[in-house]
Structure formats: C-alpha cells, structure tokens
Write a protein that binds this ligand. Structure first.
Ligand code: NDP
Length: 413
C-alpha cells in the first residue's frame, strides 16, 4: 500500500465496488484499487479481516481502520465531508461548486452576502477532471484542472462561504418570495436568491453493452481512468474538443488510440485537431459509429462498429473505450420549478426570455436581469445556461456577473 492512500479491495464485476470507487473518484480522493480475484494475498487479507468471509468492497483507510460495503453517507462521514449546513436560511444559495458557482461565491461573500454553496461531488466540476487547462488567462504554462479547482475552493473559503459537499439538490421550488432547495437526504434550505450553476455532464450513447461495461472497459473520464490502460489499445468515440483532448491525454498511457468519428471531419478546434493528427499513437476512423459494446468475463473486449457510408460492420478489438459525445445539462432538479429551459434542457436567461417585448410572469416592474431565469431572484450561470460557451473562463466570468446581478436583486427585496 502506498503511504497515505485509501485502498479499495474489490472485484471487477462488483457493482458496489464500482459505486464506492465512483464516490471517491467524483471527489478526487486518491485510492488504490486491488482486485481480490487477481491478488491472493489481498484475498487472504480480506478473509482475515472479515472472519473468513470474502466481503467486498472493503475499504481500508490510511490509519488502518476499514469499512465493509459502506453506503455513500457512511463514506462521506468517515472522510469528514461536511453534509449539513449550519443554518436553514441564507441570503443566497448556490447550486454547484464548479468555476461558475465558486467564482460567484467569492464575489457574493466579499459583498457580505451570506452564501451557502451546495456541491454533490468534487469542487471544480468538469474542470477538476481536466488534466491541464491550457487556455486559462494568467497561467502561461497551463494549470492542472484539479489544482485550479482547489485554488478556487480555497479562495471561496477564505471569504467565509459555507461549502456543503456530497449533498445533491433534488428539487428547487418557490415558497412565496423565498427560493427553496431540497437535498437528497431530505434537508430543506431557503434563501432570498438562488444561483443555479449545476453544470452539465457527458452524454451517453445508449447502445447495448454501454451500461453493463461502464467502469469495466467503458469510461467517460480519461483523467480518472487512462492510467489503467498502460500499453493497451483504446477507442475514443466523438469528434469534438473533449474527444480530441482526451485522446491526447490517453496517448500518455495507451500504445494505440483509435478515434471513431461519425462524420468525415472533426468538430474540435483546429489547433487541437492538428495535435491529434500529428500524434503517431492516434489513428482516426471517419464515418464510423459504434453499435455495441461487447465483452467477455464481465469486461469489454471489442466494439461492433459500422461505417455509415459503406454500411459495412466489423468488430474492433480494444481494451477500453472512452465516450465523449457532448454534454447534457444538469437540470433534472428543476422539474416542476417553472424555470424555462430550451429544447435541449439548458436554462434560458435574461433577454432571451422576452417574447416580442413581453416579459415572463412575475416581471411586472422590470425586465429579467442578464443572467436571471424566468423566476425572479433565481439566476443561472456557466455550462447549465443556454448559449453559454462551455469554457472554464467564461463560466467563471458568468459567475462573477451573476453575483453582481444578485447584489442588485437583493437591494430590491
Ligand atoms: P461537442 O458537442 O463539441 O462534440 C460532440 C462530438 O460527439 C461531435 O463530434 C458529435 O458528432 C459527436 N457525437 C454526438 N453524438 C454522437 C453519437 N451518438 N455517436 C457518435 N458521435 C456523436 O462536445 P464536447 O464534449 O467535445 O465539448 C462540449 C463543449 O465543451 C464544447 O463547446 C467544446 O468546445 C467545449 N470544450 C472545450 C475545450 C477547450 O476549449 N479546451 C475542451 C473540451 C470541451 P457530430 O459533429 O456528428 O454531431
């Protein structure tokens, strides 16, 4: 065991092992994974600790203590993650601890706006899972996504923002003039204003084998899982910036990366495309769609692919596959909230809410502010917002703009 590291004893077929690893991964908590079926010494260790029973997942902490098949709440408590807010009422509640939410929190806290920020996974959002942010102003040599996220979190803490981790907001609703949220443990918090900065997540292909092999050969985060593919052959599905950038990251581990693009060209920015096409470890197959993930012994080992020009299908042997085919907004929590979304589910804000000069209900006296949703006092910023550019720096910019709009709104109420 490496020093100061959590060890997860499990097996590749075990869903609770996957759940626990997912929990740690989402919070960027380092761990070592040991497959008890491949390591007889590890199996003996698990049997010895559990009176002869092979109970997995068994998670051993750096102080030698351990938990067997813990729930996410037990894991959160063991890791000392804060899951309850100090109070039930704030000036502002921010949903989401990515660049938009954390930047807004820095601004509002500096304005003495009493702020609670709720994040269900790791601070930093998708940025935290990005290996290097090369285009962040002020960082000429780039900055690690994780490092940047930690800096933002520390900055928010310095200004006294109350940060609540591992709590998922499941519902947003209005009670009279108050904006309210309910979390997955049933807690309710209310505030005078609300900022939704819940971001977006990777889209799935929805084809046979995808769910079955997720975590067992099928992945959505190269930063998290690329190291498992040292010297191996992997496929990347998608042709946008994410697919291209993550392919480059994968080449640091895998021997061969095959990018499967359904069109005859990339959607990625030119400079990233050029880097990809120049890389000798990367092969691109155009007009290629994946139809099925196929495995043996509970692990992915090949893809069924189809050339959409010739109609020819074939099997492609791979050790792993990474899917990067776009984003879906995290707006499920807004069901029945009355907040207007666009046809892809992103939140509509500001002037886009005006129809031929007509304002939405509730805006009798003024137009919605720039980043205000169709409900007065509820704002949105970052990737969850319709027409946002999905860039870390613009998400942070929207966070600061939202904070300034919220300051104006709070003067009214
Ligand atoms: P994009 O929407 O940019 O690209 C999605 C890609 O996946 C397209 O090539 C699309 O193909 C393909 N695709 C979609 N559905 C399927 C499917 N069912 N089967 C096969 N292929 C499919 O998404 P990204 O996740 O790459 O990026 C999201 C946003 O984040 C973008 O705005 C991007 O610019 C930004 N980003 C910026 C980065 C940077 O600036 N450094 C890094 C990473 C992301 P088609 O073209 O045929 O629709």
């Amino acid at each position: 065991m490496r020093e100061q590291e959590i060890v997860v004893y499990g097996a590749h077929w075990c869903p609770d092992c996957r759940r626990c690893k997912q929990f740690l991964g989402e919070r960027q908590i380092p761990y070592q994974s040991v497959d008890v079926e491949k390591d007889p010494e590890a199996e003996r260790f698990v049997l010895e600790k559990n009176q002869g029973k092979r109970l997995i997942p068994m998670i051993v902490f750096p102080d030698g203590s351990y938990l067997v098949d813990p729930s996410n709440a037990e894991l959160a408590s063991k890791l000392g993650l804060k899951t309850d807010a100090a109070r039930s009422y704030y000036d502002l509640i921010i949903i989401g601890g990515g660049p938009a939410g954390l930047t807004a929190a820095v601004y509002t806290a500096r304005e003495a706006i009493d702020t609670l920020l709720i994040e269900h996974a790791a601070f930093g959002g998708q940025a935290a899972g990005t290996e290097t942010l090369e285009n962040m102003p002020g960082f000429p040599d780039g900055v690690g996504g994780m490092e940047f996220s930690n800096l933002l979190r520390r900055q928010a803490e310095r200004f006294g923002v109350e940060l609540l981790q591992t709590q998922e907001v499941v519902r947003v609703y209005r009670k009279g003039f108050y904006s309210c949220v309910e979390t997955s443990d049933g807690s309710r918090y209310s505030a005078r204003a609300l900022l939704i900065a819940a971001g977006s997540r990777y889209q799935h292909l929805d084809i046979p084998g995808e769910d079955e092999y997720t975590g067992a050969g099928v992945h959505f985060c190269a930063t998290c899982d690329a190291p498992f593919y040292k010297g191996k052959r992997v496929a990347v599905i998608g042709g946008g910036n994410s697919a291209a950038e993550e392919s480059l990251l994968l080449t640091r581990f895998a021997d061969q990366v095959i990018i499967l693009v359904r069109k005859g060209e990339f959607k990625a920015t030119r400079i990233i495309q050029e880097n990809v096409l120049r890389n000798p470890k990367i092969q691109v197959r155009w007009h290629t769609e994946v139809k099925e993930f196929i495995g043996g012994q509970s692990r992915l080992n090949k893809l069924r692919i189809r050339n959409n020009q010739t109609g020819i299908e074939e099997e492609l042997a791979v050790d792993g596959a990474f899917i990067f085919i776009g984003l879906i907004p995290n707006t499920g929590l807004l069901k029945n909230s009355g907040i207007i979304l666009d046809r892809w589910g992103f939140i509509v804000t500001g002037h886009a809410l005006l129809h031929q000069g007509e304002r939405p209900e509730g805006f009798e006296k003024r137009d919605p502010y720039l980043l205000e949703t169709s409900i007065p006092g509820i704002f949105a910023a970052g990737d969850v917002r319709a027409t946002s550019t999905k860039q870390v720096v613009s998400a942070a910019g929207e966070g600061s703009s939202a904070a300034l709009m919220i300051r104006e709104y709070l003067k009214e109420v």
